[in-house]
Design a protein around this ligand. Sequence first.
Ligand SMILES: Cc1cc2nc3c(=O)[nH]c(=O)nc-3n(C[C@H](O)[C@H](O)[C@H](O)COP(=O)(O)O)c2cc1C
Length: 546
Amino acid sequence: MTKKYQETNSKYKYRVLVCAGGGCVSADCHEVKDALLQSLKENDLEDQVLVSETGCIGTCNLGPVMVVMPEEVFYTRLKPKDIPEIVKSHLVEGNILVNKTYFDMGALKRVPYLNEISFFKKQVKIALRNCGLIDYSSIDEYIANDGYKAVLKVLQEMTQEEVTQEITKSGLRGRGGAGFPAGIKWEAGRKAPGDQKYLICNADEGDPGAFMDRSIIEGDPHTIIEGMMIGGYAIGANKGFCYIRAEYPIAVERLEYALKQAREAGILGKNVFGTDFAFDIEIRIGAGAFVCGEETALMASVEGKRGEPKQKPPFPFQKGLFQKPTIINNVETLANIPPIILNGSEWFNGFGTEKSKGTKVFALAGDIVNTGLVEVPMGMTLREIVYDLGGGVPKKKAFKAAQMGGPSGGCIVSDDLDTPVDFDSLAQLGAIMGSGGLIVMNENNCMVDVAKFFMEFVQDESCGKCVPCRAGTKAILEVLDRILEGNGQENDIELMEKLCENIKKTAICGLGQTAPNPVLSTLRYFRDEYEEHIQNKPCRAGGNTK
Ligand SMILES: Cc1cc2nc3c(=O)[nH]c(=O)nc-3n(C[C@H](O)[C@H](O)[C@H](O)COP(=O)(O)O)c2cc1C
C-alpha cells in the first residue's frame, strides 16, 4: 500500500495542501480549492501538482490558507480570485508570490516559509503530527506516515501488561482536564475482571474557546482509531465508542469515513492483522450538553438515558457502560498513544517537565494576534505562548489575564506570565490546564464580567440533578448581576465566597465542584474591581456598571 502510494506521489512536482480545518471550511476553503483545481486544469498542470485537503494547520484567523510543498511556502487569507496569479507565478514560473504569503504582524513583514514563521518555530507536534501534513481522508497516506504501525507492534510484540507499563513509564497524563495518569487508568482497566469491557473516546469537548479535540478528529481521524485500538487491546476490550457532540458534524463525517476505510482494509473487525484480537468502534452523537463530557453522564447518554452524572465510586473501570468495566480517554490523550508506542516512553518523557510529560495542545482565543491551535512542550511559559507564538495582545494593549481550563479553571495574571505551563504550576495559581482552552484578555476586560460569562455558562449547562449546582450557581449569578448593574451590597463578596465554598464541597460531579472557580479566581486577583463595582464607582476596566 505504502509503496504504491509513494510511487503515485513521486510523479508530482508540487503538492498543495489546502487547509480544511473547521475554521478554514467556514472561511470557504472549498471555493479556494475549486479555483485551484480549475486553474491547474487551465494551465495543464494537473499531472504535475497534487492538491490535497488537510487538517487544521493552526492559524485559524488567517483562513483559507494553503501550503505549497516541497518548499513549504505558506499562503494565507486566500480568495478564489487570488489563485490564478499564485498558480501562474509559483507553479508555472517558479517564483513565490510573496505578497500573498504569511504576514508577520509583529515584525511587519512577509515570511513566506512555514519553518521561519515564529508561530510554528517553537511548536513540537506529537498529537497534531499529521494535522496540516497529510490528507485526512486517505488511509494510504496515514499508513505511509507510520499509521497503524503502533497497533501492529502492540499486537505482534507486546503483552497487555507491557503496553500499560509503557504508557505509565511515558508519564502521559489525561488531556481531558483531570490530568490522571493514562497508564495507571489502563492498568486498572486491564485488571478489572470481566469478559466484556469497553473503551470510550471522549470527544464531547465543550469548554468555551476549546477546539483541539475537534481539530484532531477532523485532521487525523485514523490516529484516534489507532489509539482506541491500542487502548482496547491493553485493557481487553473488543468494542469502542466515540462520543462526539452533534455540533461537530465535520468531525463525525470524517471519522465515519475513516472507520469505513479501516473496516474495508481489515484493520477493524475480527482477527485484526491476522491475530485473534477483535475490535470495532461505534460513533455516538451527543446533543451538546456540557455535562455529558463528565464520564458518568457520558455513559448514561450512550446508554440512551438522561445525561446526568452519578456519584463515584464505583468508578467506570469497575462498573461503567452497561455495568461493564470501561475506560474513558480524551481525544488528545489517545492521539499521543501511537507515537509513544512507536518511539518509546523515554522519547516521550524527554519532552515536558518532571511531572507533566510530553506536549499540550492549546486553543488560543480572545485578545491575541494569532488565534488558533498550537502544540507546545509542557513547561513552556505562558509569556512564550502568548507573545512568541500568539504574537501578543492586539493594538499594543496590556495583557491583563488568561483564562485557562474553561469554566472549571481560573485566570493567570500578568505577574505570573513566566510560570511554566504544566499541570502543577497552574494548579498552584488557582487555574488548571483543563483541556487546553486559553482565552487572553486585555486591560479593558472587566473581570467581574468575565466571571459572569462563565457563571452564566455553568448555570445554563447544569443538569439540575443536585441542588448545590442547580440553585447555587443561579444564586451566584444573581449576585454578579446586581453587582454589575450597580446595585451591589456591602457583604456581597462574602456571600459569594460562602456560596462558592458550599457548592465546591457538596455538588455531585466535577461540573458543580469546579463551577465556582472563575469567581474565586477573579476574586483572588481582582477583588478591587468587585469592590469598585459595589461602591458604584466606574469600573477601572470599563466594565458595565450602570
Ligand atoms: C463537566 C465536565 C465536562 C467534561 N468534559 C470533557 C470533555 O468534553 N472531554 C473530555 O475528554 N473530558 C471531559 N471531562 C473529563 C472527563 O470526565 C474524563 O475525566 C476524561 O475524558 C478522561 O480522559 P483522560 O484521562 O484521557 O483525560 C469533563 C469533566 C467534567 C466534570
